[in-house]
Write a protein that binds this ligand. Sequence first.
Ligand code: GDD
Ligand code: GTP
Length: 422
Amino acid sequence: MLKAVILVGGPLKGTRFRPLSLDIPKPLFPVAGLPIIQHHIRACVSVKDLKEILLIGYYPAKDLTEFIQSMIQEYKINIRYLQEFMALGTAGGMYHFRDQIRSGNPEAFFVMNGDVCADFPLVEMLDFHKSRGQNALITVMATEATRQQACNYGCIVRDKETNEITHYVEKPSTFVSTLVNCGVYVFSLEIFQMMAEIFNRKNQEYYNCEDAMNGSAEESGRIRLEQEVLGPLAGTGRAFVMSTTKWWSQLKTAGSAIYANRHYLQLYKSLNPELLKTDTDAKTLPDVYIHPTAFVHATAVLGPNVTIAANATIGPGARIKESIVLEGAVIGEHSLVLHSIIGRRSQIGAWARVEGTPNDPNPNKPFAKMDNLPLFNNLGRLNPSITILGCSVSVPGEVVLLNSIVLPYKELTRSFKNEIIL
Ligand code: GDD
Ligand code: GTP
């Protein structure tokens, strides 16, 4: 029997994803028509013998209850949310809920960061992990990055023959390796012995500290998987790396959602072509996902790489490309939407132009990943980005909205370019 843990984080995390995560927890933001972590769940249910999925995070339970119920119904698998009383770190939550993970004695369990998207090679990873024998505590999925970008990730040095991790540094300040941690793992249950040692040692240090009241009690409960587990395990012969060339990316900024949307749509083509079937008369350029309850006028043109969510309305002559239109949004007639995300229940009038600038990985650099650019550059100017409308924004007809971010519930009255509209 197998289990899976998805680390979903909490409200303090995912801040770069605003304003899209203002009205919905980031793990539930829909990409290619499905909440981000539903893609993880879909990957998990395709693994034979995987009996339970545990979501660990510190969002209030009520934020996830409805989603979990619908997942249980849809996939007929046990899914539970385990809520941390505070942010316990990437391994602290797993340690805190170790009895829940160990119950039923799974032979191994997967751990997935909730903020990555990928063509998850879970079965391959499991086979790889098993083939390392009893000694293996952990297998890390890894991918190549450019020399420059690798420093934004956990960097791994391995023995080329055995794939054993010989050195691991989390987000190093100088170059270590181009092989980076994807935030997807297979663990053996014995990992908890190591975590117990770390936990006890940190607790002891806390109590031994003369100034215990000032030493942070919170810090002693936190365990960082990367620095405190992976780092020390490197070179012990108990941690391994499985590198993959399949598509993988982080979902940190709102701009990365457009990139992930495109790749998940592409994956549907081979794995779930039925999801891309539409009964619209409108012209679609692949790949396009249209929710069955959305209305798209026959004279609209959609695609490539467009997702139209439930109950959205796309008017006559509208043109949408490389964009996500969320639930209940309305795009007026003859309006154009390019490289943009249109928030839930937002309204765009007729003959408007909403356009953003894509931020894709450099196609001329092998293994380039998306740059998660900060909002502003060194000169204090807004970096060109996709255009994002928060929920319930209203854009009048005949205006141009370029490279801008609009916070929820805003009624625009004129055109804007390179602005954050509060
Ligand atoms: N439950 C819980 N509790 N989850 C957490 C916590 C916590 O206290 N802190 C972070 N997480 C979740 C986040 O929601 C996210 O899904 C995942 O753990 C990773 O957290 P980050 O702290 O944001 O790390 P990162 O994304 O910058 O880096 C990690 O992922 C990279 C790949 O995407 C590291 O593992 C890197 O080594 C790796 O390259
Ligand atoms: P590429 O094909 O990407 O090289 O660019 P393009 O010259 O076709 O145009 P662009 O990327 O700017 O726009 C994409 C599509 O939207 C094109 O098919 C245009 O015909 C259409 N389009 C552009 N501007 C408007 C507009 O203001 N209104 C409407 N309805 N459609 C537009």
